[in-house]
Design a protein around this ligand. Structure first.
Ligand SMILES: *[C@@H]1O[C@H](CO)[C@@H](O)[C@H](O)[C@H]1NC(C)=O
Ligand SMILES: *[C@@H]1O[C@H](CO)[C@@H](O)[C@H](O)[C@H]1NC(C)=O
Ligand SMILES: *[C@@H]1O[C@H](CO)[C@@H](O)[C@H](O)[C@H]1NC(C)=O
Ligand SMILES: *[C@@H]1O[C@H](CO)[C@@H](O)[C@H](O)[C@H]1NC(C)=O
Ligand SMILES: *[C@@H]1O[C@H](CO)[C@@H](O)[C@H](O)[C@H]1NC(C)=O
Ligand SMILES: *[C@@H]1O[C@H](CO)[C@@H](O)[C@H](O)[C@H]1NC(C)=O
Ligand SMILES: *[C@@H]1O[C@H](CO)[C@@H](O)[C@H](O)[C@H]1NC(C)=O
Length: 881
């Protein structure tokens, strides 16, 4: 399938893959933003249920009332803006800011202390993989599962967006492109990949650096760069939890048909500086103001109250936003602690003084990026064309002031949307990496900010496999020193920036005998192939053992070295990934919860519909006209039904069979409709005259059907004679002509409808014959009339469809005839031309004989002209077919 989608002004997409969608997700500490791309939705932002552009990162998990305490699945998950207020009421159930905990253990004191300070009241436990899990109402949730729930929720929303665009679509999100900070280590990257792999429907996940995402968006938005001029930019991204400065070189080659080159050159970061820290600082400021004015309350008492702290952080967040645009924020907290209401103001000046110690921290990432460059360009601060602001917290005035001081006002760039640049870029990278759609080509040189090294267990030295600045993806093979003799099984330790994270056990024991000293007198060496994947994972890809033959040593003779692939197994050190069985378990668990949610939602919907139908019915029963003139028995029936069902509704619970609710909705609806129809036709006479009139109309309709059949037959007979030369069996062709699914579906019940209509006519005939039309039978008479009307309408609709489709079938036959006719004509003409050519050849031969004897004569040019004309005629015929 190839179709063209037009996107932003700068990009044109061509679908190359099959039906599928790519979801770009900017998974932030505070917010999640997502964009989906599919043939139905070229780059569409996935809005929240409240139509917001970003969703809160996190969720609340609450027990459903009325269930067994021991049922771990009787929970309700709440996402989105509702979490905000739940965080203060149920801090022990609300999980926010989970991102920095990925791939961490409880041993990581800095991270855990900071987290618990922000989120007191949450219970964390260690899993048997040394990762973090949360204990909520005594149920343990591994962090990966909670993050997966978040991603799943976004993905579900993207899928329903695709269905909204096109109800028949089978497209669903199967690839996901996630932003990741470059400073994340191997365990953190693996944890995010695991969380994504637990998400239903996701077959592939790409991790894309946040900085690179923003740089890609910047280049696509900016569009034009001076050809041949190397430019340098720093993306300054201050999010909620961290601040990153990523330096890039951007080059539009002189040959402007060549793609723009984006090259990652340097990186600096602070994993704890960001909006959340500023919020906490303002919180501390409010707290100290409160404690000063309420000396009776002790600090530890204050800190031991999770609800109090949650309220403080809620108002601090609001105050921070106000202080971005105003010099003062008023704070009002009801019942902060011990039923004390608190009111105060915080000024921007106070805030700036409070954090004056961290002012230097604000620009440090930029200085680090310049200091620790890994590209080859040796960029100086004065070479920087601009600092691109990104991340919600880059709006804080104090932050901008510091940047302006560093690089001047003109070089602080606000060209990208600070909130959405990363998600715009990550989806474009995802499209490129998944190769699902064609995009504007960019030459992206992404580099690792880490150093990767390894150590063999039988040696003491550590060797580097990939240095800082290696380009993703990369592969390298390293030949070990010759060893003699071959050791038993050995291990290889893998390090990231000097930190051990994985141990690989190599099964060399099995080949020990075939690589013995007698067989390899010059010893053996290991050829180890390391990989640095585009998912930013460092791993061993292949290990082989090489037997060095003697003749090889002097290098004079090329002898093929014997080598064997060795098997090996890897194990994470300390923090471990999800096992495949656990991955399956989490996947199934989320699926189960999603299914329950859907059922519960549907159940509630159905209950609401039933309830409102019952109230509508009750209103109908109280209508004066209905009470006096309505159909007595049906009114009694409805009245009883309303009473019984309202009682039943009181006791309905989640155990109630949903089918039961639906059938009750249907029953009520049918009975109510009958009464309403009866009332509508109250003024109808329902006498013999009316029924005789109906019969007459019925006969007319049947007549019209006959007439149509005859007309078609007439045409077909004419065609049979006219088209005898081109179409063998006109009637067969007529039947064969395809109808649209909609039409053939509707017509499949033609005979049934016709019979039902005829039956209802017979019923009327019977009525009239028995002469039993009278007042007391009104309800039954009305039903007979309704039945007649219903089938008449249906039959008329179908007859209309038959007429139009028969017309188009007849047209098709005519077209078929014309096509075949032209084909015959063309064949004849070809034949004729061939004949003429042979004739002229014959003439040439004759002429040349004559010329030889007679000499030159003027030739007529007519032949050539004729040929040209007949040639172009043939082309036109081709096009018509
Ligand atoms: C770790 O715990 C999970 C359940 O949380 C269990 O499925 C798994 O088998 C355990 N693994 C080990 C090595 O104990
Ligand atoms: C790939 O890795 C090798 C080995 O570390 C290194 O020499 C090379 O420069 C890397 N390639 C790129 C493109 O970074
Ligand atoms: C090497 O490891 C393999 C698999 O782990 C094991 O079966 C074998 O016994 C080990 N051999 C030696 C000599 O330790
Ligand atoms: C080492 O292994 C790699 C990957 O299989 C291969 O390309 C390379 O030629 C090998 N090197 C030697 C010296 O055998
Ligand atoms: C055999 O291995 C040695 C290194 O041990 C290498 O120098 C030599 O080129 C290899 N020979 C062949 C034919 O690959
Ligand atoms: C006849 O001769 C003319 C001119 O010599 C030539 O262009 C033409 O192709 C010839 N026709 C055939 C059928 O050989
Ligand atoms: C014969 O001569 C006429 C007149 O000169 C010329 O047009 C024609 O092409 C010649 N035919 C051949 C076969 O040479």
């Amino acid at each position: 399938m190839r179709s063209i989608l037009r996107l932003f002004l700068f990009a044109t997409f061509v679908v190359v893959g099959s039906l599928a969608a790519v979801l770009g997700v900017d998974y932030g500490e505070q917010n999640i933003k997502a964009i989906v791309v599919s043939p139905q939705a070229p780059l569409e932002l996935v809005l929240t249920p409240e139509a917001k552009r970003k969703e809160i990162s996190g969720l609340s998990i609450k027990r459903l009332p009325g269930y067994e305490k021991s049922d771990p699945n009787a929970i309700e998950r709440i996402y989105g803006s509702a979490i905000g207020s739940l965080a203060t009421r149920f801090p022990q159930n609300t999980l926010l800011h989970l991102k920095p905990l990925l791939g961490k253990s409880l041993e990581d004191e800095t991270t855990i202390t900071l987290y618990l300070k922000q989120h007191p009241g949450l219970k964390m436990v260690s899993t048997n993989r040394s990762t973090i899990a949360f204990l909520i109402d005594n149920v343990e949730y591994p962090l990966e599962e909670l993050v997966a729930m978040n991603i799943q929720e976004v993905s579900n929303r993207a899928n329903s967006l695709l269905r909204d665009r096109d109800a028949r679509t089978e497209d669903f999100v199967d690839k996901i492109s996630l932003t990741i900070p470059d400073f994340f280590d191997q365990h953190q990257r693996k944890a995010l990949l695991d969380a994504s792999s637990v998400t239903a429907g996701i077959k592939e996940t790409y991790l894309v650096s946040e900085g690179m995402s923003i740089a890609v968006d910047f280049v696509l938005k900016q569009r034009q760069f001076p050809p041949g001029e190397l430019q340098h930019y720093i993306v300054y991204d201050m999010g909620s939890g961290s601040t990153k400065a990523s330096m890039f070189s951007i080059l539009q080659p002189e040959d402007i048909t060549q793609p723009v080159v984006i090259e990652f050159e340097g990186y600096g970061y602070n994993p704890h500086l960001g909006g959340a820290k500023f919020t906490m600082d303002i919180g501390s400021l409010i707290e100290s103001k409160f404690l000063e004015t309420h000396p009776a309350i002790r600090t530890d008492e204050f800190h031991a109250n999770p609800k109090t702290l949650a309220k403080i952080s809620q108002v601090a967040e609001k105050a921070k936003l106000i202080l971005s645009a105003n010099s003062e924020a008023t704070i009002n907290i009801e019942s902060l602690i011990n039923d004390i209401d608190f009111r105060t103001t915080v000024t921007r000046k106070e805030f700036e003084e409070f954090i004056s110690d961290s002012l230097l921290e604000i620009v440090k990432p930029i200085n680090d990026a310049l200091k620790k460059q890994f590209g080859g360009h040796q960029i100086k601060l004065s070479d920087i064309n601009g600092v691109i602001l990104a991340g919600g917290s880059s709006r804080v005035p104090l932050v901008q002031d510091q940047l302006i001081k560093l690089v001047s006002e003109e070089r602080v760039l606000r060209n990208v949307n600070a909130d959405e640049s990363a998600v715009n870029g990550v989806v474009m990278r995802g499209i490129k990496l998944s190769n699902s759609f064609k995009t504007k080509p960019l030459n992206v040189l992404d580099r690792s900010v880490n150093t990767y090294s390894f150590k063999l267990s039988y040696e003491s030295e550590t060797y580097e496999a990939f240095g800082r600045g290696s380009i993703y993806p990369n592969e390298t093979s390293i030949l070990s020193a010759t060893i003699d003799p071959i050791p038993n099984n050995f291990t290889i330790d893998l390090y990231e920036n000097g930190k051990l994270f994985e141990t690989v056990t190599v099964n060399s024991g099995a080949i020990k005998s075939s690589y013995s000293l007698e067989k390899c007198p010059s010893g053996v060496a290991y050829n180890i192939t390391f990989g640095l994947s585009s998912d930013r994972l460092f791993s061993i890809q292949e290990i082989s053992c090489i037997c060095r033959s003697e003749s090889d040593m002097d290098g004079s003779k090329q002898v093929k070295n014997k080598s064997s692939r060795l098997t090996f197994s890897s194990e994470d050190v300390e923090i471990k990934r999800l096992s495949s069985s656990e991955r399956q378990r989490l996947h199934d668990h989320i699926q189960l919860l999603d299914k329950q949610d859907k059922e519960r939602f549907q159940f509630q919907e159905n209950l609401n519909v039933l309830e409102s139908n019952l109230y509508d019915a009750r209103n109908l029963l109280m209508d004066d006209e209905v009470v006096h003139n309505g159909p007595k028995s049906q009114l009694e029936e409805l009245s009883e039904m309303v009473k019984v069902y309202l009682d039943w509704l009181e006791d309905a619970s989640f155990d109630t069979d949903p089918e039961d609710i639906i059938s009750r909705i249907r029953e009520i609806g049918i009975l109510k409709k009958k009464i309403e129809l009866y009332m509508d036709s109250w003024k109808e006479p329902l006498d013999s005259q009316q029924f005789e009139g109906m019969l007459e109309e019925g006969h007319k309709l049947l007549q019209a059907i006959e007439t149509h059949k005859n007309t078609v037959d007439q045409f077909l007979r004419e065609f049979e004679t006219e088209f005898a030369g081109t179409i063998d069996n006109v009637r067969e062709e007529f039947e064969k002509t395809k109808l649209s699914a909609y039409v053939s579906n509707a017509l499949s019940t033609w005979e049934e409808t016709l019979t039902s209509f005829k039956n209802s006519m017979s019923e009327i005939e019977e009525l009239l014959a028995k002469n039993i039309i009278g007042e007391d039978l009104r309800e039954r008479l009305f039903e007979i009339k309704l039945k007649f009307d219903k089938y008449r309408t249906k039959l008329e609709e179908k007859l209309h469809l038959i007429k139009t489709s028969d017309e188009s079938r007849l047209k098709e036959i005519k077209k078929l005839h014309l096509r075949k006719f032209r084909l015959q004509k063309r064949k004849e003409e070809k034949l004729k031309k061939k004949l003429e050519q042979e004739l002229s050849k014959h003439r040439n031969e004759t002429e040349s004989i004559i010329n030889e004897s007679v000499g030159n004569e003027d030739s007529p040019l007519n032949d050539k002209t004729t040929e040209l004309n007949s040639g172009s005629k043939e082309e036109i015929l081709h096009d018509e077919l």
